[in-house]
Each structure stands twice: as C-alpha cells, then as structure tokens.
Design a protein around this ligand. Sequence first.
Ligand code: NAD
Length: 370
Amino acid sequence: MVGLLGIEDELGPKRVIHVYEPSLSLNGILVVDNVAAGPSIGGLRMATDVTLSECFRLARAMTLKNAAAGLPHGGGKSVLRADPTLPRAEKEALIRAFAGALRDVEDYIFGPDMGTDEQCMAWVKDEIGRSVGLPREVGGIPLDELGATGLGVARAVEAALPYVDFELAGARVAIQGFGAVGMHAARFLSEKGALLVAASDSSGATRDDAGLDVTALIEAKRNGQPVRDFADGRAMERDAIIAVPCDIWVPAARPDVIDLSNVDQLDTKLIVQGANIPITLEAEAHLHRKGILSLPDFIANAGGVICAAAEYAGATQQAAFDAIEEKIIQNTEAMMDRVRADQTLPRQAATEMADIRIRRAMDTRRWSIF
Ligand code: NAD
C-alpha cells in the first residue's frame, strides 16, 4: 500500500497531527507511531529546523526503543518549530498552547527532549495532566541528575563483557560528551574499577592514561568548567578523543559523530552508544567486520525512558533504578545471544527483537495498531 503521507508501513504511524496557530507563532507536529503495547511515550523537541520526517523517524525510534525495553508503551514524538531559548514567558505560553491543543490525544505522553526540560514537562502536566520527566516536587524522578541513562550504559557494558577480551576492573574508558549521560556513565563504570582515561565536551577534551579523577571532573564540570581546563588532565583538541587508545569508547554527545571517514581512527574494543545514532549504519557495519562490538543506542541508552515509564506508573526511584538494571542487562544479553546465533549485527538483532515484541502486542489488539 502506498501511504498518503509516504511514511506509512505495517507498524504505523497511527496518527499525525499538525497544530498551527499563526497568531501565537505556534507550529508543531505530533506523530503517534504505534500504541499496541500501550500509550506512546516520546519527547517534545523544540528547535527552529524540525520537520515532519524528523518527527516520524524519532517517533519510530521510540516505538523500537520502548518495545526493546519491554515497556507497556508505544512510541511517539512531538516537535515545535520555535527557538528553545525564547524568553521563559513566551516559551511557557507556546508549550501550554501546544499541549492544550493535544489534550484529547490520550495515547501520547509528553517527555523532555532537545530544547525542553523538566520545567516544560511541569507546564504540560499542569495543562493536560500527561507528561513524564517531571521535577521532583510534582512527582518526578530527576533522571538526568540521578544518571538513569548513564546507569544503563554501564550495565550494558557489564552484560557485554563475556563477548570481549578484557575485565571491567582496570578497563580504559573514553567518553565523548561529558554531559548528563557521559558523566554518569563514567561514574558507574569507575565504581566497578574502570579507569576514565579521556573525556570531551563541545569545547575540548582532557586525558590522563593513568586515570582521571571522575568525582573531581564531574564537580568541575558542574561548576561550569570545560573539561579541557581540568587541572589534573592533559588538554586535547575536542575530536582527539576519537583516537584515544581505550577498551570502552562511549559516544554521549551528538548524532553521526562517527562515519566512514573517521571510523578507523577508533582504537577500542567495545563501543556503547549513549547518544542517539552517534555512528552511521555504514560505519557500524565496518566496525562489526573489524570485530569491534558496538552496542546500539536503543538498547544501551534506554535507561532514561525506562525511568520515565516508571515515573508515569508511580514507581519509586529505587524501583525505577532496579528496572533499568534488570531490563538493560536482560536486553543486552538477549541481543548478544542473537548476534552469536545468527552472526548478525547487534542493531539488526535488537531491531528484530523489538519488532517481534511489537507484532506480538499488535496480535493482542482488535485493530492492529490502535
Ligand atoms: P547534555 O547536553 O547533558 O550533554 C551533552 C554533552 O556533549 C555536553 O557536555 C556537550 O558539551 C557535549 N558535546 C556536544 N557536542 C560535542 C562534540 N561534538 N564533541 C564532544 N562533546 C560534545 O546531553 P545528554 O542528556 O547527556 O545527552 C547526550 C546524548 O544522549 C544526546 O544525543 C541525547 O539525545 C542522548 N540521550 C540522552 C538521554 C538522557 O537520558 N539524557 C537518553 C537517551 C539518549
């Protein structure tokens, strides 16, 4: 069947809504992709260049991520075409108006994404009562402050250890993007004896082959210091982090940072994708051929959405963190079993796992994607 929008397939999208009100400069889109497993969860992205196709791709990525994580939620995403650095009152008015327009779309639960944060989610909750990633004061579990995604990244590494030839104690770790995901991944890995040998942020990098003091580096970064100014490390150019010899390389910054032009600079044994799509598909296949294991984003960085789903269900912080550990370890192990049995790429194995779960959920419904 050729779709009306040109993006439809057997999984979705179930619903695409354009919200447009020129008098408010309100121009947004919601894509609810697939809700067979339950109401969709996905972030609200605010940026001046967002598009329908980006919104759809992100919604589909959430369908796969939520299914792979075994959550009772489908995937959706919303985008607002606006400057995320608008004055607070204008941003609040826009987000409230957008949420209000989507009040009746009960199978979409708002979450934070690029350009939005927990404060924005509090406005959405106040407006329509349906959002995750909330401030603690209104029932939230502050996942970035606590390091939900970083915890999952670290546990994915532990689950993958039987497939690599090193121990975590003493393993050298390099982290690209020492932000919410990267710093907590460093913290949880160092708690298990790994050494952080290099870290970068948008303005530079720092390195110490004997191991950086993770607690001190986090403290310095939280005080607004770029990592390259860290007194106990050796400053480097930002992208020099790619070639740092290490056992575990964690991209936790931006999409598409590794492609065929720089993939051979990597000098590592295991890659754990903290960021979304940090490595192009061609570069991922190239790594696989070279025998370098790369754990895909939607398995390794699902800690944030697992935490958000737990928050939505009213679970405690402890229960949320237990769920992250359990689900990410199980999923990484199940994915690696498939990789070994089928000699396939980890991303392919993970996508097949998610696809099976989505189709089983669809089989339980009267209408396949409703
Ligand atoms: P963040 O803004 O807290 O941190 C990002 C860090 O990356 C910052 O320190 C920034 O300076 C640095 N950075 C930006 N460009 C860089 C570059 N080219 N080279 C090196 N460093 C660079 O963001 P975050 O919440 O840690 O998210 C990081 C990535 O992980 C994003 O792609 C995000 O979409 C993804 N992600 C985040 C979560 C989460 O729970 N926060 C969950 C899943 C995926």
